[in-house]
Design a protein around this ligand. Structure first.
Ligand SMILES: [Cu+2]
Length: 141
């Protein structure tokens, strides 16, 4: 009987360890308004209350392709480079914002009109898939 109780305790601990839910949360997700065929970008805040995680990729149905990008400035030259993944340190807040890290949406399948929302899927190594509704905004709004 004691062995059964012990194994139940172990099982409970495993469930807690694997639960992981609610530690990564997304807020203020928005996407830049753009015409069909153009590129756009998704910006958002990632709040991690738990252990380190990794953002592996992000996708949106409205774009033919998407990838994680980092904007860098070399003097007056603005460049974007693709990131294979984005590290999310333990207990951190990461902001994806204009002029910095963003989710690049390449070749929009349709126009993105300010005020509507677009579902975006974020794939985390530990937190799994998180879907957010990104609000379409004109840049500078
Ligand atoms: Cu980009």
């Amino acid at each position: 009987m004691r062995a059964v109780a012990a194994s139940l305790a172990v099982a409970t601990l495993l469930v807690i360890a694997c639960g992981g839910g609610g530690e990564v949360s997304i807020s203020d997700a928005w996407v830049r308004a753009a015409a069909e065929g153009q590129n756009s970008a998704v910006y958002l805040r990632i709040e991690n209350d738990g252990d380190a995680d990794v953002l592996l990729s992000a996708t949106a149905d409205v774009a033919r392709m998407s990838s994680l990008h980092q904007t860098t400035f070399e003097g007056s030259v603005v460049r974007m480079e693709a990131l294979s993944t984005l590290e999310i340190p333990a207990a951190s807040v990461i902001a994806l914002e204009p002029g910095a890290t963003h989710v690049m949406l390449m070749v929009l399948e349709r126009e993105l009109v300010p005020g509507e929302t677009v579902p975006v899927q974020l794939y985390f190594e530990h937190a799994g898939v998180i879907t957010v509704d990104a609000e379409v905004r004109a840049l500078g709004e």
